[in-house]
Design a protein around this ligand. Structure first.
Ligand SMILES: Nc1ncnc2c1ncn2[C@@H]1O[C@H](COP(=O)(O)OP(=O)(O)O)[C@@H](O)[C@H]1O
Ligand SMILES: [Mg+2]
Length: 467
């Protein structure tokens, strides 16, 4: 190599298909091979490379590191590359550090294989952007049930970060009562009989904090180049589910309400007749036994009249008498009354009232009625005594009242029905307390719901808008 003459080297460079130029650190071309001269003309030497290659009078933007020579200036790197667009063509420009002052530029039009690599890279980037801007969660697993794709929306829904979950078993996201999900995947791979692939299904998914949310899944299956991937597009439908539930609830209430109003109306008059005539007859009776019987009739009539009045409460289109009210004070009033009527050694009432709550425009008497209904239920659920904690809090521009008890709780199945009129699990219950409460809160454009852990307790949460 030592004997290699300068001219031999030049000839060699001229034989190459690539365009080669040697530039100094000011980007002035000191030497260009034949292919370079053919492409850019003899006058290329002595001019700046950006002037020649890009036909631009300005250097390539330094901050965007478009210039591969710039990329080498302040680093230890010896090579860097970039792609210049020239009309339709993409030109790959590679820079090599020769010494501290000289750099070789090698230009090649992107063709064939190189083009494929570039396109693959672009496609990959495009795919990543789509993946991470998609509003739905996208999760893929491989044939071993390991998570291989987990996009930004999935991070939000499930509460795991990509780093935590990629490579982990999908069962981390599946509640255990569905069984071993991997066995379904294996069965499908053996039989190739799709059960849910290609269809939309609603399942519960397990989040990082252990809670569950209903999600709608759409699963696809792909087999390419010997690799198997299952991909699920997942949408959080908890909001939709709770809306559906609420709609069903108010529809049911409306339908039952109408029927009840009709029956109550029909009963009222005959009751009045029975009661009135019984009173009249009673005056003419002297026989003790008959008196006893007629008193029993009167007692029962009075009970039925109370029930009908209660039903009226439930079915009537009641009008709210709204005024600015201090909710904390309303709660204090109710708790004071509760303390008076329940033995203090058995039932404790704790208040955690936020001082930041403004006055709420509401009907305080009706809100009182709701609180009494809920706290009475709480007491009834704590046969052996316990504590009822009532708290208030400012939440998203609304007042949240929560009533927590330590009672027997409500099962998942039962909780769906508690706001229905006449739904009761108590022998002497009317099943109207919560139905009336629901109506009152609904009339305030608020929300009421219950969360319960059987045998631990129940929490009722009421949300009231300020006005
Ligand atoms: N705090 C609670 N703990 C347990 N169960 C409750 C609670 N609140 C309500 N429930 C259930 O909801 C049902 C309906 O309540 P409600 O409408 O007040 O009617 P009632 O009290 O007449 O039964 C109750 O029978 C009970 O099964
Ligand atoms: Mg009740």
């Amino acid at each position: 190599m030592k004997n290699l003459k300068k001219n031999t080297l030049k000839t060699l460079l001229d034989l190459l298909y690539s365009q080669i130029a040697i530039v100094d650190k000011d980007k002035v071309i000191r030497y260009a091979n034949k292919r370079f001269i053919d492409e850019h003309g003899k006058k290329a030497v002595g001019r700046e490379c950006y002037n020649v290659v890009k036909e631009d009078f300005r250097p390539c933007a330094v901050d965007e590191s478009l210039c591969p020579v710039n990329k080498l200036l302040d680093t230890e790197e010896i090579t860097s590359r970039t792609i210049h667009k020239k009309g339709e063509k993409d030109i790959l420009v590679e820079a090599y550090r020769l010494d501290s002052d000289l750099y070789a530029l090698i230009l090649n039009e992107l063709t064939g294989y190189q083009y494929l690599i570039k396109r693959t890279k672009t496609a990959e980037e495009r795919y990543k952007i789509i993946l991470d801007t998609a509003p739905d969660a996208i999760v893929s697993i491989d044939k071993d049930h390991k998570i291989v794709v987990f996009n930004n929306a999935a991070e939000k829904i499930f509460g795991y970060s990509k780093e935590e979950i990629i490579g982990k078993d999908l069962n981390m996201l599946v509640p255990s009562y569905y069984g071993d999900h991997f066995s379904y995947v294996k069965r499908f791979l053996e039989t190739r009989k799709p059960k849910i692939i290609g269809k939309s299904v609603v399942f519960n998914a397990k989040r990082e904090d252990g809670s569950e949310i209903p999600v709608e899944l759409h699963i696809s299956f792909m087999e390419a180049n010997g690799e198997i991937t299952f991909t699920a597009i997942i949408r959080n439908v908890s909001e939709q589910k709770s809306l559906e539930r609420k709609l069903l609830q108010s529809e049911r209430l409306a339908a039952v309400g109408k029927a009840v109003a009709h029956v109550a109306h029909e009963i009222k008059n005959p009751l009045m007749i029975i009661g009135g005539f019984s009173q009249q007859i009673r005056r003419h009776i002297t026989d003790k036994n008959s008196l006893k019987k007629i008193d029993l009739i009167l007692e029962e009539v009075a009970r039925l009249e109370r029930l009908v009045a209660n039903l009226g409460d439930f079915t009537k289109e009641f009008r709210l008498i709204k005024r600015p009210s201090d909710i904390n004070l309303v709660i204090k009033d109710v708790l004071k009354m509760m303390k008076e009527i329940h033995p203090e050694e058995k039932y404790k009432f704790v208040e955690r009232l936020s001082p930041d709550i403004d006055e709420v425009i509401c009907d305080p008497d009706k809100i009182k009625q709701v609180l009494i209904n809920i706290i009475t239920n709480a007491i009834q659920a704590m046969e052996n005594g316990g504590t009822v904690t009532v708290a208030t809090e400012n939440k998203d521009g609304e007042v949240e009242i929560s009533i927590q008890d330590e009672g027997k709780g409500i099962s998942e199945e039962e909780i769906l029905h508690i706001f229905e009129p006449f739904y009761t699990t108590r022998d002497s219950g009317s099943g109207l307390g919560l139905a009336i409460s629901y109506k009152i809160i609904e009339a305030h454009k608020g929300e009421i719901k219950a969360i319960s852990t059987p045998s631990k307790g129940t929490k009722f949460i009421i949300r009231l808008p300020y006005c």
